[in-house]
Design a protein around this ligand. Structure first.
Ligand SMILES: Nc1ncnc2c1ncn2[C@@H]1O[C@H](COP(=O)(O)OP(=O)(O)OP(=O)(O)O)[C@@H](O)[C@H]1O
Ligand SMILES: [Mg+2]
Length: 298
C-alpha cells in the first residue's frame, strides 16, 4: 500500500477496497448512471477508485471515456476473467470527451479514477465460467493480489444473476454493499425482492466456507428519478412511498428526476462533470457525503 488508507475502506484489516455491487435484474434501472456518478463524485473529492464495467453493453466504459474504437487492441474485463492480465494492466485512467477524434487531446483525464473497460465478448462471460470453473475465482485472485490504495471498487453489472455476478457477489462481506439503483417506478421496486432472494441464495451456498467471505448484503439502495415539483407523476410518487415502506432502512438520499440525465451517453461524459449543477449531480454529492466521502481537496 502506497499511503495509509483510512481503515473504513479496509474492513477487517484486509488488503482490498470496499466493494459496491450495482446489481439488480432490471434493465435500465440506473445502475450505470449511479455507479459512474458516485465514483466520479468521490474521485473529484480525492477518494480514488476503480469502476469495473462488467456489462457487454459497455455503458460505463463509454461514459468514462472509452468506446469500442478507443478500446481497439486494449485489454478488457474479459482478460481479467481469463486470467490473462493483472488489474493494473487492464484498468485505464477515466476520462471524458472534450473534442472530436481519438487523439489523447480529445479527452480530459478524471483524477483518482480508473475504469476496467468491458468488451462485447463479456456477453459470453457466464459461458466462459461454465466451461472452466477455475474462472469463477477471477475476482478473488484480483482481490488477494491487490496492493493499491483505492477506497472503492464500483462494480457495474448487466441486468442478470448469472455466473459472472455470482463470482463477484460471493466475495462481498457484510461491510461491503450490494447497491441496487432503481428508478422511482413500481416495476423497479418490485424487482428488489428477487435480488434479496438471490443474495440469500449466495449466502446459503457459501455458508461455512473459509476461502471466500460469501456475505453479500443489501446495505444501501438508490432511488433515482424521484419526483420533483416539475416532474411529479402519480406512479413515481407511489413507487417512492413503496420503496420507503419496504426498504426505508437502506435507502440513501433520493436522486431526483432530471431529463438532463440522458445526456451522459450522448456526450460520453459522466453526469457530475457534464452537468455539475443539475439536480442529480447535486444529489449524488449528498449521497457521497452521507456515505462518509468528505471533500479531501477543500
Ligand atoms: N436521475 C435521473 N432522472 C431521470 N433519468 C435518469 C436519471 N438517472 C438516470 N436516468 C436515465 O435512465 C436511463 C437508464 O440509466 P442507466 O443506463 O444508468 O441504467 P442501467 O440500469 O445501467 O441500464 P442497463 O440495464 O441497460 O445497463 C438512462 O437513459 C438515464 O439517462
Ligand atoms: Mg448499465
Amino acid at each position: 500500500m502506497t499511503a495509509a488508507v483510512d481503515r473504513r475502506f479496509r474492513p477487517n484489516g484486509r488488503n482490498w477496497p470496499l466493494i459496491w455491487a450495482y446489481v439488480i435484474e432490471c434493465g435500465g434501472s440506473t445502475k450505470t448512471t449511479s455507479a459512474t456518478s458516485m465514483a466520479v463524485t468521490a474521485a473529484l473529492r480525492g477518494h480514488s477508485g476503480v469502476v469495473f464495467d462488467l456489462d457487454s453493453n459497455m455503458s460505463s466504459s463509454l461514459v468514462l471515456g472509452y468506446d469500442e474504437t478507443a478500446l481497439k487492441g486494449k485489454k478488457t474485463a474479459m482478460d481479467l476473467l481469463y486470467g490473462n492480465a493483472t488489474l493494473d494492466e487492464v484498468a485505464l485512467p477515466a476520462r471524458y470527451r472534450i473534442d472530436e477524434g481519438y487523439d489523447d487531446d480529445a479527452f480530459a483525464t478524471i483524477p483518482n479514477l480508473r475504469v476496467v473497460p468491458s468488451s462485447p465478448l463479456m456477453a459470453g462471460a457466464d459461458t466462459a465460467i461454465a466451461e472452466d470453473p477455475d474462472r469463477n475465482d477471477w475476482f478473488a485472485e484480483i482481490l488477494r493480489s491487490y496492493q493499491g490504495d483505492d477506497t472503492v471498487f464500483y462494480m457495474d453489472f448487466p441486468a442478470s444473476y448469472g455466473k459472472l455476478p455470482y463470482s463477484v457477489l460471493r466475495m462481498l462481506d457484510e461491510d461491503d454493499s450490494v447497491m441496487p439503483s432503481i428508478k422511482a417506478d413500481p416495476k423497479d421496486v418490485k424487482m428488489v425482492k428477487r435480488l434479496i432472494d438471490e443474495l440469500e441464495r449466495v449466502r446459503d451456498k457459501n455458508r461455512g466456507r473459509r476461502s471466500v467471505p460469501g456475505r453479500p448484503t443489501l446495505n444501501h439502495m438508490l432511488l433515482t428519478g424521484s419526483p420533483t415539483s416539475s416532474h411529479n407523476e402519480a406512479a413515481a410518487r407511489r413507487a417512492t412511498a413503496q420503496a420507503e415502506a419496504l426498504y426505508g432502512s437502506v435507502l440513501l438520499p433520493y436522486v431526483r428526476y432530471s431529463a438532463d440525465a440522458k445526456k451522459l451517453y450522448e456526450d460520453e461524459c459522466p453526469l457530475p462533470v457534464l452537468l455539475p449543477n443539475s439536480v442529480p449531480s447535486v444529489d449524488y454529492r449528498k449521497v457521497m457525503t452521507h456515505l462518509g466521502f468528505a471533500d479531501l481537496t477543500a
